[in-house]
Design a protein around this ligand. Structure first.
Ligand SMILES: [Zn+2]
Length: 252
């Protein structure tokens, strides 16, 4: 499996039988094999996660389909603005929070689970080819001190609950697929704007859920904060991928 960090929270994951592209709005995509199915995911409607330019991919890659969080509105009155048309619309699956979707990509069976984000939209857990891949979207422990103690207490509760749901989804999926209950590649926010709380989300995720490789994201290009995380959490360091630049590829 190859994971390409595109930019910000955008990742391309190449499986044996298909590609999955998450939250692409910025950065260059590597050239793709047009014969391989491409599943394009968008976790929520915010502009640093969803850009209607994703719909242009199907012209270059005829086997493209879109799995979009339900908060991304595709009403016909918006079609012109989005570059949408009836043919493209048939390629879209709109998915709600806390759902399970049994799909397939070029004959490869695939399960897509969503977990409600603490921000907007969903996080995705994909299961295929005996592997599990997680993309958090903006599901994170957003400890914004300035929002006050009630906000922060609610945030903590909601984040812990979401990660408990993820842990249960990983166990269920692994039991169904007959694989280890461990996420092979997890992509999760490590946002420097949270200052001293930048590590809460990833640290809690790694304590609660088995993860082989953790790709930090939503970093606003401040990749040195990955080193800061590893210094503060040496037990996690081996599993944290040291991203340094847009377009970097990792074989896992
Ligand atoms: Zn965001």
């Amino acid at each position: 499996m190859t994971v390409t960090y595109v930019a910000h929270s955008g990742f391309l994951v190449e499986w044996d039988g298909f590609y999955s592209l998450f939250d692409w709005w910025k950065g260059e995509l590597p050239p793709l094999d047009p014969d391989k199915p491409l599943l394009v995911f968008a976790s929520h409607s915010h502009e640093d996660h969803f850009d209607p330019k994703i719909f242009t991919l199907s012209a270059r890659y005829p086997k493209t389909r879109f799995i979009l969080s339900h908060d991304i509105r595709l009403a016909t009155r918006r079609w012109e603005k989005l570059g949408m048309n009836a043919e493209l619309f048939r390629r879209v699956t709109s998915i709600r929070v806390d759902s399970v979707l049994a799909a397939e990509a070029g004959g490869t069976p695939l399960t897509i689970r969503t977990i409600q984000s603490t921000d907007a939209g969903v996080a995705f857990l994909l299961s295929a080819e005996g592997k599990l891949v997680y993309h958090a979207g903006d599901l994170n422990w957003w400890h914004w001190e300035e929002e006050g103690s009630l906000y922060c207490a609610n945030m903590e509760m909601n984040y812990r609950r979401a990660i408990d749901k993820l842990a249960a989804a990983v166990r269920d999926e692994a039991a169904d697929a007959g694989c280890e209950p461990v996420i092979d590649a997890a992509m999760a926010p490590m946002d420097p704007r949270l200052e001293d709380a930048f590590d809460l989300g990833v640290a809690h995720l790694l304590r609660r859920v088995g993860v082989k490789r953790l790709f930090p994201m939503h970093m606003w290009e401040k990749y040195d904060w990955i080193d800061r995380y590893c210094a503060a959490h040496p037990a996690d360091a081996e599993r944290i991928v040291r991203i340094r630049r847009d377009g970097e590829r990792f074989e896992i």
